[in-house]
Ligand binder design. Structure first.
Ligand SMILES: Nc1ncnc2c1ncn2[C@@H]1O[C@H](COP(=O)(O)OP(=O)(O)OP(=O)(O)O)[C@@H](O)[C@H]1O
Ligand SMILES: [Mg+2]
Length: 245
């Protein structure tokens, strides 16, 4: 299967602080892939580098066939339309309704008619499990679980090939979190997505991830399926999985 993301020997430095010291991983098309590791090990930073919100100091990142270290502005813009991102904070615009939040990129990047935009937004509301009437509500009027779904619908509005999720189930109650896991798996199948997520939710890890990379002490200490990762001797892996029994 084809790789959609290749990270090779990536080094990240913030002044004196070396965060990544030669990170290597690859994500295959169609898989749900996790970035794992202790707090502060650089999971979010790595994801931000992949979506071009942060620079890396050395190495190479290739996303959907584009090497990010020497990408031109026009290609970067095209690439940005091929992924969707769900930030931990959701980052919904509070002054816009759920419908308007989802429709935003369609107004910005397409010349679709009002009717077409309405139909697309309506479909996205549907696939994430929101009611059509939820579209009229403002973010302040909906629950945490609904906010996640609205932000997910917005991330999917341009029909991305890849979906990036940073801690998608954190802050959700256990039932909503499991519902969200199931939603991500369904959408992967329905929309032929590849999914890259940062998570420390053990249930999400065991039920949704096809493969994962564990970062510890600035390097990848394990990459593979859960079964493969559990065989690796690493203090983080031992503590993390033992803790939950
Ligand atoms: N823009 C920045 N400038 C300086 N240092 C940064 C910047 N972004 C991240 N860092 C540092 O990089 C390190 C990794 O941060 P990051 O947020 O990626 O960790 P994380 O693995 O996502 O942690 P958590 O699980 O707590 O979210 C931290 O030491 C952080 O202070
Ligand atoms: Mg983080």
């Amino acid at each position: 299967m084809q790789s959609i993301l290749k990270v090779q020997e990536v080094e990240t430095r913030f002044g004196e602080n070396l965060v990544h010291d030669g990170i290597n991983l690859h994500v295959k098309e169609g898989e749900i892939y996790g970035f794992l590791g202790p707090s502060g090990c650089g999971k979010s930073t790595l994801m931000r580098e992949v979506i071009m919100l942060e620079h890396f100091s050395k190495g190479s990142i290739e996303l959907l066939g584009h090497k990010l270290e020497n990408i031109k502005a026009k290609q970067a813009q095209e690439l940005r339309l091929q992924w969707g991102v769900l930030f931990q904070s959701n980052a919904l615009f509070t002054s816009l309704t759920v419908f308007e939040n989802i429709a935003l990129s369609l107004h910005e990047y397409t010349k679709f008619s009002k009717e077409m935009i309405r139909d697309i937004v309506s479909f996205k509301l549907d696939i994430v499990g929101l009611k059509q009437s939820d579209g009229a509500l403002f973010p302040s009027q909906i629950s945490g679980g609904m906010k996640k779904k609205a932000a997910l619908a917005r991330a999917l509005v341009m029909d991305p090939k890849v979906l990036f999720l940073d801690e998608p189930t954190s802050g959700l109650d256990p039932i909503s979190a499991r519902e969200f896991d199931a939603l991500i798996m369904n959408l992967r199948d329905l929309l032929n997505l590849s999914v890259v997520m940062v998570t420390h939710d053990l249930t999400s890890i065991t039920t949704t991830l096809d493969r994962m990379a564990v970062i510890d002490n600035k390097k990848i200490v394990a990459e593979g399926s859960l079964e493969e990762v559990l065989k690796i001797q690493s203090p983080f892996i031992e503590r993390f999985f033992k803790m939950e029994g």
